[in-house]
Design a protein around this ligand. Structure first.
Ligand code: MIC
Ligand code: SF4
Length: 643
């Protein structure tokens, strides 16, 4: 029986467990990446482990989320990161060098290796045949210290691509079509592997757009094979030596196969407020548009932006549209500038933003009240843009550029095919890594400004948990609901301050009430519907609730990264066995869990009984033996130190 690309890489990295889908396995991690918004906490936790130097083949720390520097906080974080990275052997990519996933693809990703990143879009590097997984910062810190990364051995869905995209249809439309098919729910525990003759028609950046947005499906990661196209891209990046061919065996087995004929894909659009709320652009074309935002780790490659520049050339952005554009990396921006494309973009009336996450994380570029914003990024959760009632739609760069010119949503297929800008990748990209500081042995003290707090401290699981239901939520609660980013991002290194904003836009009194419970010795319990914790990998969505005294989240279902983060900070992720129990629970109900340690230890029998409002509610604890030990220790840091 042959192997898929996914299982070939897992087989080469497995150190604990067996390659049986559904089992927990431990794998070695070759590379790690962090970004500043999750990185400061990850590095504070790494320091707390008392390890001398990173033990990975390569670790890179990017500054791309918090680059605005309104006040001292961001700049303090950057200085902490740079001095800490120098001391511990980590590459430091300065603010302005670009978005972590784009830069990693260009400069560091290697086929066949493993990458763990403290950002949910780490699977972008899967476009190069790398097994790239997003995780919480603490998991990444453990991997930097040479520890294994534990995951559920995945089932692999094979998306078999045939045909070729038509002119004016691009990679974003493919992944939006797949999101329409598979939705954001129910894909936990899967990896998507793309094969078939259609693969050869897609360049590496196009493949990366597809693997990037696999994060929105909730899968562990997505992968393309490494083939001649991959080699060409690596050659153009001056990294041909990093190439290894990596193809699935001809008799590779998959758990599920989906066929997609690329020639049938049409321009798609994700409507508010979910990336899987997808319809064909044609079905709503003509809609008035207030803002167009082009960029993010999904669609800001050289190919994407040259396409946009060519569409805009000699034309003007519609007077009623505010159009912003953020190139994915310094490499992309520099090439747009030297090749003249930047001049075309500027002349058309587009506002140029820094090479960073920017508008995608609500850091600037918020739309007007009730405004319609067309964006090329990957998430359109309510309020994420910084404007609560904005209507954010996700589209391809082609749809975005044409709509910016017209002031209304345009279907690119209405353009003549011969006018499509067919962009080929250059034989060599401009290579200048001046903004990436390589690690060196530094004796300089690590800079710690007033914004740098302490790594979180958690306490072991008590034998009885007594608490109250502090909030009752519906389905699809994202980490943006739990821990808002945007203006609050600057508190990422300061837990007591950031914790004040837990559920800020859902129930602004939550944090205060939870702290009052804590003072009375009571835990706060969160109750939720399906897909709790979808979206980002930010472990702050677990750390800050833990700081407020949350000990348990009971939900209909959880997303993978978030439930692992809850466990890492000693919070029990419990799933209702009887869905109807959810209905009977109310805000303020008393919660008691007796004999906690023994109940958590019961690996054979996953069920746990919690008394809510005097009634026994049966829940399931979906956790491996190792994770149960982590919960009992009160979190991964305590557990790791204990070992
Ligand atoms: C996001 O896209 O939501 C982020 C910001 O990149 C997050 C990480 C974070 O919250 O810092 C992610 O995707 O993991
Ligand atoms: Fe940055 Fe947006 Fe990508 Fe997250 S999704 S890494 S915020 S560009």
């Amino acid at each position: 029986m042959g192997y898929s690309v996914c299982y070939k890489i897992l087989r080469a990295h497995i150190k604990e467990g067996n390659l049986n889908a559904g089992d927990e396995i431990g794998i070695t991690i070759d590379q790690t990446l962090t970004q500043d918004a999750t990185g400061t906490m990850a590095y504070l936790q790494f320091e707390a482990m008392g390890i001398d130097r990173v033990k990975t083949q390569l670790s890179v720390s990017y500054v791309d989320h918090n680059t605005l520097q309104v006040g001292f906080e961001n700049a303090d974080d950057h200085k902490y990161l740079q001095t800490m990275n120098a001391r511990y052997g980590i590459y430091y990519s300065k603010a302005g060098n670009g978005i972590c996933h784009q830069v990693h693809l260009e400069r560091f990703a290697i086929p066949g290796k493993t990458l763990l990143g403290s950002d949910s879009h780490t699977p972008t590097a899967g476009g190069m045949g790398m097994l790239a997984i997003g995780a919480g910062g603490l998991d990444v810190a453990v991997a930097m210290g040479g520890g294994l990364f534990y995951l559920t051995c995945p089932q692999v869905i094979n998306v078999y691509l045939t045909g070729r995209l038509r002119a004016w249809v691009s990679a974003k439309d493919i992944i939006l079509a797949i999101l329409k098919m598979l939705t954001t729910r129910g894909n936990v525990g899967y990896v998507i592997e793309y094969t078939g003759p259609g693969v050869a028609t897609l360049s590496v950046p196009e493949r990366a757009t597809i693997t990037n947005m696999g994060a929105e499906l909730g899968v562990t990661t997505s992968l393309f094979p490494a083939d001649k196209i991959t080699l060409q891209f690596l050659q153009a990046q001056g990294r041909a030596d990093d190439y290894v061919e990596l193809l699935p065996d001809s008799d590779a087995t998959y758990h599920k196969v989906i066929e997609l004929d690329l020639s049938t894909v049409e321009p798609m659009i994700a409507c508010p407020h979910s990336p899987d709320n997808v319809v064909p652009v044609d079905s709503i074309k003509g809609m008035k548009v207030d803002q167009v935002a082009i960029g993010s780790c999904t669609n800001s490659s050289y190919k994407d932006l040259v396409t946009v520049a060519t569409i805009l050339k000699g034309k003007k952005v519609h007077p009623n549209v505010s159009c912003i554009l953020a190139p994915g990396s310094k490499q992309v921006l520099q090439m747009l500038a030297t090749e003249g494309y930047l001049a075309d973009i500027i002349a058309s009336g587009v506002r140029i933003m820094e090479s960073a996450c920017g508008f995608c994380i609500g850091n600037g570029g918020a739309p007007n009240s009730g405004g319609v914003s067309l964006r090329t990024n990957n998430r359109n959760f309510e309020g994420r843009s910084g404007t609560k009632d904005a209507m954010v739609y996700l589209v391809s760069p082609e749809t975005a550029a044409l709509s910016a010119l017209s002031g209304t949503l345009q279907n690119p297929l209405d353009q003549p095919a011969e006018r499509y800008p067919q962009v080929t990748l250059p034989a060599s990209f401009v290579i200048d890594d001046a903004m990436i500081i390589p690690p060196f042995q530094s004796n300089e003290p690590i800079f710690r400004g007033p914004n740098i707090g302490q790594p979180p401290k958690t306490t072991p699981l008590p034998d009885t948990i007594k608490g109250v239901v502090g909030i009752k939520l519906g389905d699809k609660i994202t980490t943006d609901h739990i821990m808002p980013a945007g203006q609050r991002l600057k508190y990422r290194s300061n837990i007591p301050e950031y914790a004040k904003y837990v559920f800020e836009h859902v129930d602004s009194t939550f944090a205060h009430r939870a702290l009052q419970n804590k003072d009375k010795g009571l835990a706060t319990i969160i109750v939720a519907g399906h897909s709790y914790g979808q979206g980002s990998s930010r472990e702050h969505a677990a750390i800050c609730p833990a700081y407020l005294g949350v000990r348990m989240v009971i939900a209909q279902s959880f997303e993978r990264i978030h439930s692992a983060n809850l466990i890492n900070f000693g919070i029990l992720p419990l799933v209702f066995v009887h869905e109807s129990d959810y209905d009977s629970i109310q805000l303020g109900n008393e919660v008691v869990m007796d004999d906690c340690i023994n109940q958590v230890k019961q690996v054979q029998n996953d069920t746990i009984v919690v008394t809510i409002n005097g009634r026994a509610v049966t829940c399931k604890l979906l956790a491996s033996q190792r994770q149960r030990a982590i919960i009992i220790a009160g979190g991964l840091l305590n557990y790791t130190k204990g070992k």
